[in-house]
Write a protein that binds this ligand. Sequence first.
Ligand code: TYM
Length: 331
Amino acid sequence: MEETKRPRVLSGIQPTGGFTLGNYIGAIRNWDKLQDDCECLYCVVDLHSITIRHEPAALRRQIREAAAMLLACGVDPGRAVLFIQGDVSAHAELSWILSCYTQFGELSRMTQFKDKSQKHPENVNAGLFTYPVLMAADILLYQADLVPIGADQKQHLELARNIAERFNGIYGEVFTVPEGYFPKVGGRVMSLQDPASKMSKSDENENAKIMLTDGPDAIIRKFKRAVTDSESTVCAAENKPGIVNLMTIYSALSGRSFEEIEREFEGRGYGDFKLAVGECVASELAPIQGEYARILADKSYLDGVLAEGASRASALAQRTLAKVSRKIGLK
Ligand code: TYM
C-alpha cells in the first residue's frame, strides 16, 4: 500500500528575550501537536534577531536557551527537526534571491516594519526592512505546506505566499504555497496591562507579560494585577477586553469553552477568576520549567540535537536551493 505523504510543517521563533505565554499559546503548543501527523521542522531564527542592536554574548546564550525551551515544551527530536537558522546557510542565500522578486512597496506595507521602525527610529536598518523576505526563505526552502504561527505573523505569511506564487508564475512549480495554521483560541494573546495591545516580550512593564520561566508566585501576582474593568461578572463582552483576554488564556489551557467558563464563575468575582487563571498557567508551566533546567544543563545532549537538526535541515534546504539556482540560470 502506498503511504500518503504527510504535510510538511515549518515554523520559527526569535531567541532574544525569552518566550512569553503568547508565544506558547499562539504557536509553540501547535508545534507540539502537529508532530503526530506531520513532518515538522522548527528553527530558532537567530538571523532574524540581529535587526535590533544586541549583546553578542547574550545572543549566544539565548539561542541555546531557546532551543532548550522548545524541547522542554514538547518539540521532540525523534519526530521533528530542531535547528538553528544560522547553521543552515541556504536561508541567507535564498533570502537574497527572493529579495529580487519582492517589491519595495510590498515590504513598505508590513505593519511590523512600521511598528519597529517607529520604536527604534535610530536604527531603521535594511535588515529590518527585508526581514519578511528572510522569513519567506525560511518557509519556502522546506516546501512547507503548513506554518503554525500566531495572528501577528499572518501578514508576513501572506507575503511569503505572494512571493512563492510570483516565482512559480515565472519559472513553473518551484515552491509549495504554504498555508497558515492558527490556534482555535489564543491566536493573539494580549498584554495583561493593556488589553488593546499584544503581549510582547519587549514590553518594559514586567506585569504586562508572563514569561515561560516565571515562577508560580510571579505568575499569580501578575494575573491578580491584570487590568480588567469596573464590573464583576466573568463574561465575554466587547467592552471587556481584559476579561476576554483572561478567558482566552484559561480556555486555551483548560480546553473549556467560554460558556463553560462563564458558568464556572457565575456569581463569583474577578478575584476568584484571576486566581484560577494564574493557578492554571502556573501548573501548565511548572513541568516545562523542570524540563528546561534539566535540558539546559545537559550540554552534550543539546549540542547533539542541534548538530543533527542542522544536518537534516541542510540536506532538505540544499535541494530547494539547487532547484532555484537552476531555474534562474545561476547553475
Ligand atoms: P516571534 O519570535 O515574534 O514569535 C514566535 C511565534 O509566537 C507567536 N506570538 C504570539 N501568538 C499569540 N499571541 C501573542 N501575543 C504572540 N506573540 C508572538 C508569533 O505569531 C509566532 O508564531 N517572524 C517570526 C519568526 C519567524 C518565523 C519564520 C515564523 C521567522 N521565520 C518562519 C514562521 C515561519 C517572529 O518574529 O515570531
